[in-house]
Ligand binder design. Structure first.
Ligand code: NAG
Ligand code: NAG
Ligand code: NAG
Ligand code: NAG
Ligand code: NAG
Length: 380
């Protein structure tokens, strides 16, 4: 990046908006269409350029807050068109230039407490951090969108879901420096399919349970997708000390190519060199990895479950992972790692060491795990 340039730059956020129904709240801008009462069925079609600088944004990597285009309490909103939202994020990515803590970098496009939202056909690129975020929302459809940012841009998640239910994300290309799709606490009934993901950190649940928080995630289905040139593929990560539960998650028919860690459950997620081990953990139950096929570049499978609360009812079937570039290219290849994970596996399983990954039975034998899981269930 050229540090001398970009003293002044013009941040144009532009996209074509069709079919806006209710009120729109942005960075203190008003909808280009007239405000309507909820569900009045009054439609407006427009081609709109939002220049967020004229709404008070500075776009200098220093003084803007956490969101740029923010839709709050909107119902039945569709954003559709062939336009692009360009976040021009490089000022934020530079660790020296940007003194920001990551939390207050702007999200390019965010929906809060909204229902029946559709985002389709648009492109979102180079956001300072998250590109498209849904918070406290219900009934979301994302279709045929493109999200892109450089592979080394920090924390630039593609699509971020939090406390959001009944979501379908499909037929889209997402390649950034972080998760293609990130699913956080409070999400349920999320269906992701026909996604092309990479570069980036794959499709992730978590990190959940940070600072002893409670996390609840259930009924997630990721299928018929491709993950390539990515650090992770299908991943669940939790911090130690959390409470709650992740349950009923399926990753099915995922083609991976040159993915460092295609299958990951990590209950020791940690942002320091060493984190203290703790007994509490977000429980993980009923997770299926089915038909994950392709190439890995570091470790085919990494299931590091909590020592005190094992992962239960884990299913591995038809996993066929070969080293990227063949065995010769693999001096840094690691063997499968599996710790305290219970469930069933069904062939074909390649490499064959995956055969011995899961422990049989319900986890623990004493019944204590089941009791613990039940009590966690009540938390959610
Ligand atoms: C949103 O659309 C759905 C289906 O078209 C309709 O049933 C619902 O009443 C609408 N909600 C609002 C708030 O307009
Ligand atoms: C807006 O565009 C949509 C799709 O092109 C069309 O179906 C609808 O009739 C248009 N509405 C108005 C008010 O022009
Ligand atoms: C997907 O979006 C592009 C615009 O980005 C559009 O040209 C194309 O027709 C859309 N495809 C479908 C199937 O809607
Ligand atoms: C598991 O999740 C899927 C959707 O991902 C849903 O169709 C199914 O009903 C859920 N199963 C249970 C037991 O809740
Ligand atoms: C935490 O527990 C794991 C699994 O038993 C172990 O590998 C690791 O060394 C422990 N870490 C610390 C800091 O004790």
């Amino acid at each position: 990046m050229n540090h001398l340039s970009l003293i002044v730059f013009n941040l144009m956020v532009f996209f074509w908006l069709f079919t806006i129904i209710p009120s729109v709240e942005g960075r203190k801008f008003h909808s280009p269409c007239k405000k309507h009462h909820k569900g009045s069925g009054h439609f407006c079609n427009s081609t709109t350029i939002f220049n967020i600088l004229s709404f008070g944004a500075k776009a200098n990597g220093v003084s803007d807050d956490s969101k740029w285009i923010n839709f709050k309490w909107v119902y039945n909103l569709t954003i559709q068109g062939s336009g692009t939202i360009d976040g021009q994020g490089c000022n934020w990515w530079d660790p020296i230039k940007s003194k920001h803590i990551s939390d207050i970098k702007p999200t390019a496009l965010r929906f809060y407490a909204s229902e029946d939202t559709i985002v389709r056909d648009i492109t979102i690129r180079n956001s300072p951090q998250v590109h498209l975020k849904f918070d406290n929302s219900e009934r979301v459809k994302v279709n045929n969108i493109t999200i892109s940012a450089p592979r080394n841009s920090p924390n630039t998640d593609g699509i971020h879901l939090q406390n959001t239910r009944d979501v379908e994300i499909m037929h889209s290309n997402v390649g950034t420096g972080d998760d293609c799709v990130s699913i956080q606490t409070g999400c349920s009934n999320v269906h992701i399919h026909h996604i092309n993901c990479g570069p980036g950190h794959g499709i992730s649940l978590g990190g959940l349970g940070k600072d002893k928080s409670t996390a609840c995630v259930s009924n997630i289905l990721v299928e018929n997708s491709v993950i390539q040139d990515a650090l992770y593929g299908a991943r669940i990560k939790t911090w130690q000390g959390g409470k709650g539960m992740v349950k009923n998650v399926t990753f099915s028919n995922i083609e991976v190519a040159n993915v460092n860690f295609p299958i990951v459950i990590n209950q020791y997620y940690c942002d320091k060199v060493v984190c203290q081990n703790q007994t509490n953990s977000v429980a993980i139950k009923s997770v299926r990895f089915d038909r994950i096929i392709g190439t890995y570049s570091t470790q085919p499978i990494h299931l590091a479950c909590s020592t005190d609360v094992p992962c239960t009812d884990i299913d591995l079937s038809d996993i066929q992972l070969k080293p990227f570039g063949g065995l010769l290219g693999g001096s840094q290849l690691q063997r499968a790692l599996c710790w305290n994970s219970y469930g069933n596996s069904k062939g074909p399983l390649v490499p064959s060491s995956i055969n011995y990954c899961l422990r049989k039975g319900g986890g623990g034998g004493s019944g204590s795990v089941h009791e613990m899981s039940r009590s966690y269930d009540e938390v959610c």
